[in-house]
Design a protein around this ligand. Structure first.
Ligand code: NDP
Length: 513
């Protein structure tokens, strides 16, 4: 494993003595110690951000985009160093870091630089209201000021730093609190932005524990949180104290439905890949599969064959392993508890089924059958390399079971009849549904990505992915006007009669059944 070279976090004041170690989950090695930022230091960081923000906003879209485009090039020029950093603190494979993190960040810098002026341009509005006809009506977007981004450990670049990019493009100062398990990539992004000429304190990283994240909520104008539903609720409750708006991207239990007319090879490849990529630690992983009875045996056979061929272990470069480590130490117990609970209730393990032996923290790629909704592996987020597969009588049963979940993040349907697939997709209670695909919607930054039910509030990407970081202001300008409008004081029977007639004329003449 290449050594991670990093400069200290220049924008944090936490003392090294009070820091915490960052471990490589694939080897157990301690890579570095980072500061634990105290609540007082968080408040000071927010003050610095607030002072720096107006200058950043004043640069305008083009001035900000210049720096963000430099960062895009930096990501490409330093891709190997970023991948080394991600791999060292997550134990994920080279490809999981390259495809889903480097690829995402490089695209996102270009996308938000280009789209920010369009999504945040003044909108001229035409109205049907007779009272404001002839006035200039404008919706205008203004950056909220200071945005706090709190991120998880599964994608330290994409899901922690990724949300900072549109917030910055909009003209905000940003304070990022990465997961204590994976702070190094965020610190490298800080170094990157400094190298690219980002004005001081416009972007800061505060390393620390949950307490640091909680303190950040108190000091910012918008909180963008990605993480578990449990912590998301705490963030929402805390933000209520200051009436701070919050975006929540939370957990999922994504179902895949395989219909009997599916291309079974593609279905098996989709299921095997999208349940095991990134070690299954993807919020939009395939977490459960429902297969129509006629193709069940064939599908299960093909999935097991593919999962059996997977190579797992310490990643030492491109193409060396397929499934990486379990990033967060307690997660391995959750995964194992779900498998054990399923087995105790009658499920069969076709492959895997236990933590891997040897160096590092790994869970064997696992396929479970004979599962049902009495088992946690079908109802709670497992977040590991496991795939429970359930036989169903028909699509109706599959839809009912897919919707039998508190979560609603993403889902997929596999069928050769795409019209039927789309009709089924529209009946699934989920923020995203792909037909004959999984997860790749995430690469289309034009498409909103957000969870329904307990999977979140709001969305990232698309117009809302940047407008949420702004206050929306309605501006109404009256140029030519009489001294007094008809509806103003004093009320008179004559004017009231005119308004009554006008209302009837405008709204009372339409055809009705
Ligand atoms: P957690 O909810 O445990 O932590 C997320 C972040 O919140 C971490 O930085 C954590 O700090 C911080 N935090 C902890 N307590 C508080 C608090 N009281 N107030 C503010 N911040 C706090 O999530 P995980 O890191 O375990 O991430 C995995 C989860 O993230 C899964 O459920 C996954 O589905 C979800 N996720 C959702 C995505 C989506 O787009 N919907 C994308 C990626 C992941 P610390 O680490 O120091 O405890």
């Amino acid at each position: 494993m290449a050594t991670v070279q990093q400069t200290p976090a220049v924008s944090v004041n936490g003392s090294g003595a009070d820091g915490f170690p960052v471990q490589n989950p694939a080897t157990g090695e301690i890579i570095r110690t980072v500061p634990n930022t105290s609540p007082d230091e968080v408040a000071a960081a927010a003050e610095r951000a607030r002072a720096a923000q107006p200058g950043w906003e004043a640069l305008g879209f083009e001035g900000r985009a210049r720096i963000l485009r430099r960062a895009q090039k930096w990501v490409i020029d330093h891709a190997e160093r970023i991948i080394d950093t991600i791999v060292s603190e997550t134990g994920k494979t080279y490809e999981d870091a390259q495809l889903a993190e480097i690829g995402y960040a490089a695209a996102a810098f270009g996308f938000w630089s280009k789209m920010a002026p369009e999504y945040l341009a003044d909108e001229k509005v035409r109205t049907a209201s007779p009272l404001v006809k002839g006035r200039r009506l404008v919706i205008r977007y203004r950056p909220v000021g200071v945005v706090g981004v709190i991120g998880p450990w599964n994608f330290p670049l994409t899901n922690s730093f990724g949300d900072c990019i549109p917030a910055l493009a909009a003209g905000n100062a940003v304070i990022l609190k990465p997961s204590e398990v994976t702070p190094l990539t965020s610190l490298l992004m800080l170094e990157m932005l400094q190298d690219c000429g980002m004005p001081e304190n416009v972007f800061q990283v505060i390393t620390g524990t949950g307490e640091t994240g909680a303190a950040l909520v108190d000091h910012v104008d918008y909180v963008m949180f990605t993480g578990s539903t449990k912590t998301g609720k705490k963030v929402l409750a805390r933000a209520a104290e200051t009436l701070t708006p919050v975006g929540l991207e939370l957990g999922g239990k994504d179902p895949m439905i395989v219909l009997s007319d599916a291309d079974v090879d593609r279905a098996a490849n989709l299921a095997a890949y999208y349940s095991m990529n990134n070690g299954g630690q993807v919020c939009i992983s395939v977490e459960r599969v429902y297969v129509e009875a006629p193709v069940y045996d064939e599908f299960v056979g093909k999935v097991v064959e593919k999962v059996r061929a997977l190579r797992q272990g310490k990643p030492v470069g491109p193409g060396t392993v397929d499934v990486g480590a379990v990033i967060f130490p307690p997660q391995i117990d959750t995964i194992d508890a779900h498998v054990k609970d399923a087995v105790a209730k009658g499920a069969k393990v076709l492959i895997g089924g236990k933590p891997a032996e040897g160096e590092g923290r790994f869970y064997e790629p696992t396929v479970l059958v004979d599962v049902d909704h009495s088992m946690t592996c079908m109802t709670e987020e497992t977040f590991g390399p496991t795939l429970p597969i359930m036989k169903v009588a028909d699509a109706e049963e599959a839809i009912r079971l897919a919707n039998d979940s508190p979560y609603g993040l993403a889902a997929s349907v596999v069928t050769k009849n795409t019209a039927r697939g789309e009709a089924i997709a529209r009946r699934i209670e989920s923020g995203v549904v792909c037909v004959n695909d999984v997860q790749i919607n995430y690469t289309a930054l034009e498409l909103p990505m957000g969870g329904w039910k307990s999977s979140g509030l709001g969305s990232r990407h698309g117009a809302n992915g940047i407008r949420k970081y702004c206050d929306q202001q309605t501006v109404l300008v009256t140029k030519l006007a009489p001294k007094k409008d008809l509806h103003m004081f004093p009320y008179s029977a004559r004017n009231t009669k005119i308004f009554g007639k006008l209302t009837g004329f405008l709204y009372g003449r339409g055809k009705r059944d």
